[in-house]
Design a protein around this ligand. Structure first.
Ligand code: MN
Length: 329
């Protein structure tokens, strides 16, 4: 059985399904169990329809956990990332393998492949498969899934892609017949009319700039999201947009959800947004890409953040450029 983190992304789904195709071709009986549904943008992935979704089929998923001989945990560093499935992993007595690239893993698995320098769990998975001598067993379905995770986690080779080896892996995946253009289009670019308009609204009406701190904050209420027929995944990538402004060092996006505020943060030049997410909201992540969930109102969440800017301003030293900003009243 393979599993991945809650609100799965291209790397989480790509790595679990990638392993499913490889192990399936070796004659293993494999299931992928995910804590909640995956974004529709990934529905082109081979095997997508076979995902067992815990929020929809709790009992069935619990049974899969109980009956598993081996559980492979992809793309998460601690059991809490399984959200409501956490107890299933903890109660299960079979051996567990972790394959992940997030920092500071907790020692929850029997075998842990933890490589925070890797672009993605999919890159790491490719390397493990190749080291196991299974490159020739890797079929097009497996390769497509792995390349999707690499493409989504690196934003089509624009971030976390300094290692030249990554391009050798890309070459191998293309040799397997992957359609890279199609993956980029479907997994990364394509969005709905509502999603595009919500993004435009957020950027033109809701983006706040704090010139002194080289920071940007976007808040979206539940009502605003609903106005644009928000669907899961629609605001994916929005948090990155303000960092495109020359001189913006970090960006926060706060979205009011039904039971909490979803916080995501991005930065440039190694500004530690993971530290802010951890200290302010108990979240975490990578230095330049982090997140959290805040249980309280959107206004409180925003205030905590903005009030904290002075506290973190010493990290701006050596991490700023002249801000290209004028206010429009
Ligand atoms: Mn990942």
């Amino acid at each position: 059985m393979l599993t991945c983190h809650v609100r799965p992304d291209g790397d989480a789904i790509g790595s679990t399904l990638g392993w499913k195709h490889l192990l399936g071709s070796l004659g293993k009986s494999v299931t992928v169990v995910v804590p909640d549904s995956a974004p529709r943008s990934l529905s082109f992935l081979p095997g997508f329809d076979s995902l067992a979704i815990y929020t929809r089929h709790e009992e069935y998923c619990a049974k899969l956990f109980n009956e598993a001989d081996l559980i492979i945990c992809c793309d998460f560093n601690q059991p809490s990332r399984l959200d409501k499935m956490e107890h299933l992993l903890e109660d299960s007595s079979c051996a567990k393998v972790m394959i992940d690239h997030h920092v500071e893993p907790s020692p929850y698995a029997d075998v842990q492949f933890s490589f925070p320098d890797m672009s993605s769990t999919c890159e790491l998975s490719f390397r493990i498969m190749a080291e196991l001598g299974l490159y020739s067993e890797m079929n097009l379905d497996c390769a497509t899934c792995l390349l999707t995770g690499i493409i989504t986690d690196t934003k089509n080779f624009t971030v976390n892609c300094k290692n030249p080896d990554l391009y050798e892996i890309l070459q191998h995946l293309l040799e397997k017949g992957c359609d890279k253009n199609r993956i980029v289009r479907l997994a990364l670019l394509e969005k709905s009319y509502g999603a595009l308009r919500l993004e435009a609204y957020a950027l033109s009406e809701k983006m706040e700039i704090f010139p002194e701190y080289h920071a940007s904050v976007i808040c979206l209420s539940k009502e605003e999201c609903e106005r644009y027929h928000y669907e899961k995944g629609d605001t994916e990538g929005l948090v990155n947009k303000p960092t495109e402004i020359k001189g913006i060092t970090y960006s926060f996006f706060l979205r009011e959800d039904s039971d909490c505020v979803k916080v995501s943060a991005r930065s440039v030049m190694e500004f530690p947004v993971n530290l802010m997410c951890k200290e302010l909201y108990g979240g975490g992540g990578h230095v330049m890409a982090a997140g959290a969930e805040y249980e309280g109102t959107l206004e409180e969440c925003r205030k905590m953040l903005v009030d904290s800017f002075p506290k973190y301003s010493h990290y701006l030293k050596g991490r700023t450029e002249r801000l290209d900003y004028f206010s429009i009243e």
